[in-house]
Design a protein around this ligand. Structure first.
Ligand SMILES: Cc1cc2nc3c(=O)[nH]c(=O)nc-3n(C[C@H](O)[C@H](O)[C@H](O)COP(=O)(O)OP(=O)(O)OC[C@H]3O[C@@H](n4cnc5c(N)ncnc54)[C@H](O)[C@@H]3O)c2cc1C
Length: 473
């Protein structure tokens, strides 16, 4: 009988856990080593402000997890995960005291977007209707001949453009502003290629799978993944930071849920000089400045429609958001930053004591920025919710450096595992993708395709690549 192969996974973020599950499903004996005392990486929930308030330290809203082909194949619900959908996925308030609300149902969105409804629906419908074919193609390395060539050609034709080019088809400033907020998730300038793809992907997920939050927070997704893993007899070994692969003998394969800089530090003696050079050339992206709030009351939005959405985008018009993103992309703090805000306790009472609320907000900053963005971030919230500061009971701010202390993958506060421009979209982190120059060492973090976000697909594809090489897939 062939000996059982042994695998080690370093890091228990969503991608490390996905990799570990895929390896265990294939019959490998798996160890998972996690540096922090709690598994989950940027999918953890903790008390950061006052007793009884629960905050998502990193990710909070889960379109890509809900739409992930791999996560969808797992019985996560049976392991305690419950998605909660707010009535609308996202709201975008404007200075006139109203908000553009993106409805989850595409037909309802077509009606609510008025003059732009048909253009919006025509752009999104092919991918919404074919999400189950589209998701596996878009959440993997680019392939020359995709399994659904017509669908992907159609996406490529629109998506390669910038957000600025895509909004030309919208007549209303309101729709253009909505699309800017979606595209700004890319961390790219809104005039850069691929920024349109992000905007479209965010919109398509809103209609196809929604933008849910997890009941009791991000940790319940991580706990569900850990619970699935435990059915294979695998438990995450926490507080076990790996400083060097030399300390881990005896494994047939090691998958590293780390970014290129960390891989260079823990595995350099195993990697060829040319591969090390390629990793050194990998570029990190902008960072984020993040604040968690304990609130006495719900946020006092001028536009009460904002209370229908778990996610609210604060930045005003397309032009304002483009200017803010352009500044940070060029290494300068934004005058008034674009703010992504989540208000989970409106839809999940387990996050705060009865009648009280939480909010989660961040803005983009240059990588490693030391600027205190708190006043500007709150100015942007106050612009659309006058009196916000008066309902704040306590706040906890994370600079980019603070985030990196909590999770070593958040290099300089970069939450996406590296810039995703065209070059790093195709060669992520190198042309080898998950493989490295060492036959038994793989990288499986968000620094591999398809990139940042909680979907586990980097881990899943890395595991499939490792299994294929071991002849165990
Ligand atoms: C503030 C913030 C907001 C975000 N918002 C969202 C959102 O709403 N929705 C969404 O989909 N995504 C969001 N993201 C992005 C998403 O969380 C990440 O893209 C995702 O977590 C990446 O998963 P990962 O497994 O690659 O890395 P991580 O989640 O970063 O996990 C890496 C793990 O590896 C461990 N590790 C690192 N080095 C070592 C070592 N040497 N030894 C042992 N362990 C090690 C770390 O401690 C960590 O636990 C957000 C991220 C942040 C920080």
């Amino acid at each position: 009988m062939a000996a059982i192969k042994k695998a080690c996974v370093i890091g228990s973020g969503p991608n490390g856990l996905a990799a570990a599950i895929a390896l265990a499903q294939a019959g490998l004996q798996v160890d998972v080593l996690e540096a922090e005392p709690t598994p989950g990486g940027a999918a953890r929930t903790m008390g950061l402000t006052l007793p009884g308030f629960l905050h998502d330290f990193g990710s909070a809203v889960y379109p890509l997890a809900a739409g992930s082909p791999f996560f969808s194949s797992l019985p996560l619900r049976d392991h305690g995960l419950e998605w909660i959908h707010s009535p609308a996925p996202v709201a975008h308030p404007l200075d006139d005291g109203t908000a553009v609300v993106l409805e989850r149902d595409l037909q309802a969105a077509r009606i609510s977007l008025g003059a732009d409804g048909d253009a919006w629906a025509n752009l999104m419908r092919p991918f919404v209707d074919h999400w189950l074919e589209f998701a596996p193609e878009v959440l993997r390395p680019v392939r020359l001949i995709p399994r659904h060539p017509l669908l992907m050609a159609r996406f490529g034709l629109s998506a390669l453009f910038s957000a600025e080019a895509i909004v030309q088809r919208f007549r209303s400033e309101r729709t253009r502003a909505l699309f800017a907020g979606l595209a700004a998730h890319s961390f790219l300038g809104l005039d850069e290629p691929l920024s349109g793809a992000f905007g479209m992907l965010m919109a398509v997920t809103a209609h196809a799978v929604g933008w849910p939050i997890a009941r009791s927070g991000a940790q319940s997704l991580t706990s569900a993944l850990c619970s699935v893993l435990s059915t294979f007899g695998v438990n995450v070994r926490t507080s076990s930071r790996v400083e060097s692969l030399a300390a881990l003998p005896g494994y047939d394969v090691t998958l590293c849920d780390v970014t290129p800089r960390q891989l260079l530090s823990i595995a350099s003696n195993r990697l060829s000089k040319s591969y090390q050079q390629q990793l050194t050339g990998f570029r990190y992206g902008e960072g984020v400045f993040k604040v968690d709030y304990a609130l006495r009351d719900p946020i006092p939005w001028k536009a009460s429609e904002c209370l229908r959405a778990a996610t609210v985008h604060l930045g005003g018009t397309f032009e304002e958001i483009a200017a803010a993103e352009n500044a940070t992309r060029h290494g300068k703090p934004a005058g008034l930053p674009f703010v992504l805000l989540a208000q989970p306790s409106l839809f999940d009472p387990s996050r705060a004591p009865a009648g009280k609320h939480t909010a989660w907000a961040y803005c983009h900053v240059p990588n490693g920025s030391k600027d205190d963005m708190l006043p500007k971030l709150e100015e942007q919230i106050e612009r659309f919710a006058p009196g916000f500061r008066k309902v704040v009971l306590a706040r906890h701010a994370f600079s980019p450096a603070d985030l990196e202390v909590m999770d070593a993958n958040l290099v300089g506060g970069d939450i996406a595992g590296g810039v995703i421009d065209i070059r790093q979209f195709i060669f992520r982190p190198t042309w080898r993708h998950y493989a490295t120059s060492a036959r038994d060492v793989y990288i499986c973090s968000a620094s591999t395709p398809p990139g940042g976000g909680v979907h586990g697909m980097c881990g899943y594809h890395a595991a499939r690549a490792a299994l294929a090489r071991l002849g165990a897939g």
